[in-house]
Write a protein that binds this ligand. Structure first.
Ligand code: PMP
Length: 346
């Protein structure tokens, strides 16, 4: 007789349905109530599990994937990890073209998950044959029966969030959400989530977080793609040097830019104050909230949902390394706390 065992059939059943967690200490001096959708609770530790699973299962429904087929993608790391994890469970090969800006941790992690990884130079234009977009396209053409996820230009990216992240937040807040603040990279998270939420209540304010060195904010405000806006920055996964079609600029009310330095310190502060070990862009989104508060965006009735896209373990050699922080000059300012000294006991 079959015994009743309360187990998941596999990891994929755990994608999505992440918790919404009230921010207590980090938001204590801000007007309003602040809640984080903590995407590090996904089995692949980021929001990218949602889009990877949705796009792969859509390709299966369309008959594009068979056992042993190859899945190809460009990725700053998180999408790659999710695709590699899903490929293991479903029996596909996974090839990833990543930017040289990605942390060594992320690249090692992808290789540990069985992916074939190509590291491409970060500071070349998107149409350069060496860019990770062009490398992925070429690999797709050369690999028979492969699919290219193409998250920046794939409408299924935001659709995944329209069908999962949006409804989850609406239910978790019982419809009382007033603001959504989220990072924009491909724009899939903010666009899909905002579209769903604005269909429920068009008055919800949606604010996208962009990086200095990225074109998104200026494009949103003026319609101009200004290459003069482009210069290197350190935050991974946020902002862009091109305009992704996965971004629906119409559902985003405003973009706000944050610095590498303040975002790094804010991520470390979230870990220390809330006990939530979050990634670099979670620091960016919280830094944006602080700037928005100074601009008078919130009042005591505001119920602000921020999206924390991934887990801090991906950044041990970056923002959670005092050496890295010091090498960037991030401890030079008078206003920042000195790193704790390590004591070696005899
Ligand atoms: N944060 C991190 C760490 C990411 O990897 C990404 C994805 N590039 C984002 C934020 C932004 O999410 P989206 O691509 O959905 O805009």
């Amino acid at each position: 007789m079959e015994q009743k065992i309360n187990a998941c059939n596999n990891l994929l059943e755990l994608v999505g349905n992440t918790p919404l967690i009230k921010l207590n200490k980090i938001a204590a001096n801000l007007e309003g109530n602040f809640y984080a959708k903590v995407e590090g609770f996904n089995p692949g530790h980021s929001s990218k599990d949602r889009i990877a699973l949705y796009i792969i299962e859509e390709a299966e429904r369309r008959g594009l994937l068979k056992k042993g087929s190859t899945i190809i993608e460009t990725t700053s790391g998180n999408t790659g990890f999710s695709i590699a994890m899903i490929s293991i469970i479903k029996g596909y090969d996974c090839i990833l073209a990543v930017s040289s800006k990605s942390s060594k941790d992320k690249i090692d992690m992808l290789r540990s998950m069985g992916a074939k990884v190509y590291v491409c130079p970060a500071h070349v234009s998107a149409d350069d044959p060496r860019s990770y977009y062009e490398v992925a396209k070429r690999l797709h053409e050369e690999t028979e029966g492969s699919i290219y996820i193409n998250q920046y230009f794939n409408a299924l990216n935001s659709e995944a969030h329209y069908k999962s992240t949006g409804p989850e937040i609406w239910q978790q807040t019982n419809g009382h959400i007033t603001h959504l603040v989220a990072c924009s990279g491909t724009g899939g998270t903010i666009s899909g989530t905002a579209k769903y939420l604005k269909e429920q209540n068009p008055n919800i304010r949606v604010i996208g977080v962009d990086a200095f060195g990225s074109v998104l904010k200026k494009y949103h405000e003026t319609g101009e793609f200004d290459t003069k806006e482009i210069y290197p920055y350190r935050i991974e996964g946020l902002g862009k040097n091109l305009i992704p079609t996965a971004t629906n600029f119409e559902v985003i009310d405003e973009f706000i830019k944050v610095t590498d330095e303040e975002s790094a310190h804010t991520a470390r502060e979230i870990s220390r104050t809330e006990g939530l070990f979050v990634g670099y862009t979670s620091g960016a989104v919280m830094q944006a909230v602080r700037q928005l508060e100074e601009m008078g965006e919130f009042n005591e009735d505001s119920n602000v949902v921020v999206i924390f896209p991934d887990h801090g373990s991906r950044y041990m050699s970056k923002i959670y390394s005092d050496q890295w922080m010091s090498d960037q000059g991030f401890f030079d300012s008078k206003n920042v706390e000195e790193p704790q000294k390590i004591e070696f006991l005899k």
